[in-house]
Design a protein around this ligand. Structure first.
Ligand code: TYD
Ligand code: MG
Length: 452
């Protein structure tokens, strides 16, 4: 007979331990351990799989899996070209950001193209889903709904309706009877995800799973969830603003770090196909401390505005804040400015802000941050027709970045006249007339350019 064993799981990262601990040795969070019952002695796999022999690489026929369009180019790009049948996609994001809305809109496209779709909700009633569908409008064909939190019921429904796509809203509300702990706990979330993965692969169904995000931006429950699924998408953005950014952080069927930009309207989410324009709208043209930068997200260049405010402080410890970019990167760049360019900002507060609710972590935005800091410190305005990008090293050198030509092209497309960029990149670009390329090889060169 199978014996039950008590184990302790870290709620944040899924670390497993035989005894309770105050601090998780893996993710260092405090008070995250919960007790759960684990059934020992799981069934051994004794099927025909153990008889399989290896196949040679040359014998495997490559076939292009057909993708199903979602009706939204922004979403298709993040998914790597559309929905892959048999894949499990996790959609994470804060409550109220629009996960259910987006997935219902995807359902609408699929049913209108004659695909069978099942929407399983553990959070909302049939009437609530109906109301949302009516608000969105445009449903020409029927779709199947089920409001239940029991995985077996949902599995039965899948077998009965044999859909092409299934939406599970949300993973934290679903529970499998084989696990005794409460819905949303580490072992439940793991078990349910594992079962869903099996269902997806065996029946060739695309399954979208909604996951809630905790305060610090993780999908609630174990981080192991991210390892289990094929694709992880995050819905980001300030809830107060209408723009939402869908970011791919893991994708077994395409490149990661692609972003899709959406706008929340009265009739659901609509895509924004020209995000650079959106990010730059309302930009002050004659203020100091503001710079336009160009970052590459996945395969697409994106222009955005970075603002800095550097002001003298009477306190001993100056305040530093960074919104949308890495705080430590700002401190590092300020140290480089002090040491390599002799600009003393040690007695100044510094606030750096990336506008538009965007979050960027690419080093290619360094040079623009430096320019914004210097511009605010000296109170000089940077020409509004200039785009700046480049990575800054600790020696104050400006290093080349990837996809420089695409970045410059995007700047030219939006009517910018000058591009301050790494000299190493300028040397490689030939016959480029759309925009004036100004190469710099260290931050001092750039600062002299800004003084003109
Ligand atoms: P929802 O999809 O329910 O969020 P999630 O599933 O991520 O929790 O989104 C709800 C928000 O979106 C809610 O605040 C209302 C707003 N909304 C609109 O502005 N327009 C619409 O057409 C819809 C359906 C929702
Ligand atoms: Mg929802």
């Amino acid at each position: 007979m199978a014996k039950n064993k008590t184990v302790f799981f870290c709620q944040e990262c899924g670390y497993e331990s035989a005894k309770w601990m105050g601090q998780c040795p893996s993710c260092k969070n405090w008070n995250t351990f919960v007790e759960e019952i684990k059934t020992a002695g799981t069934a051994k796999h004794t099927d025909s799989k153990s008889m399989q022999v290896p196949t040679s690489l040359f014998m495997v026929t490559s076939e292009n899996t057909p993708r199903i369009g979602t009706g939204y180019e922004e979403l298709d790009r993040v998914l790597g070209g559309g929905i892959v049948p048999g894949s499990l996609v996790l959609v994470g994001g804060d409550p109220g950001i629009g996960k259910s809305t987006l997935l219902l809109q995807v359902c609408r496209t699929l049913v209108n193209e004659n695909y069978n779709v099942l929407y399983a909700s553990g959070e909302e009633s049939l009437q609530q889903i109906k109301m949302r569908a009516e608000r969105l409008g445009g449903f020409e064909k029927d779709m199947q709904l089920i409001c239940d939190t029991d995985l077996d019921t949902i599995e039965n429904a899948i077998v009965k309706t044999s859909p092409k796509a299934v939406i599970i809203d949300s993973i934290q509300t679903m529970s499998a009877a084989s696990v005794t702990s409460a819905a949303g706990s580490v072992s439940q979330v793991r078990e349910v995800t594992g079962r869903l993965m099996q269902i997806a692969k065996m029946n060739n169904i695309a399954i979208f799973v909604v996951g809630h995000v905790t305060k610090d931006g993780m999908v609630a429950g174990p981080r192991t969830l991210e390892h289990m699924v094929d694709t992880v998408l995050y819905f980001e953005g300030e809830r107060s603003s209408v723009y939402r950014i869908l970011r791919g952080v893991k994708n077994r069927f395409g490149s990661t770090n692609e972003i899709g930009v959406f706008e929340m309207k009265g009739l659901g989410l609509s895509e924004v196909s020209n995000p650079s324009e959106v990010m730059l709208s309302g930009r002050p043209e004659d203020a100091s401390g503001t710079v336009v930068l160009c970052s590459v997200e996945g395969t697409r260049p994106l222009l955005a505005e970075i603002q800095a405010l550097v002001s003298f402080t009477n306190f001993n410890i100056p305040r530093r804040t960074a919104v949308g970019i890495d705080f430590n990167r700002v401190n590092l760049l300020m140290a480089v400015l002090e040491k390599r360019a002799g600009i003393q900002m040690g007695n100044c507060d510094a606030y750096v802000n990336l506008t538009g609710g965007l979050r960027l972590s690419e080093p290619a935005i360094d040079l623009a941050i430096v320019a914004a800091l210097v511009s605010s410190f000296r109170n000089t305005v940077i020409m509004s027709d200039t785009v700046i990008f480049g990575e800054v090293g600790l020696a104050g050198e400006v290093r080349g970045v990837s996809m420089a030509e695409q970045r410059a092209k995007e700047a030219a497309r939006l009517g910018f006249k000058k591009c301050i960029m790494p000299q190493a990149n300028v040397d490689k670009i030939k016959n480029f007339k759309d925009i004036e390329l100004i190469g710099v090889s260290n931050i001092e060169e750039m600062i002299t350019l800004l003084n003109r």
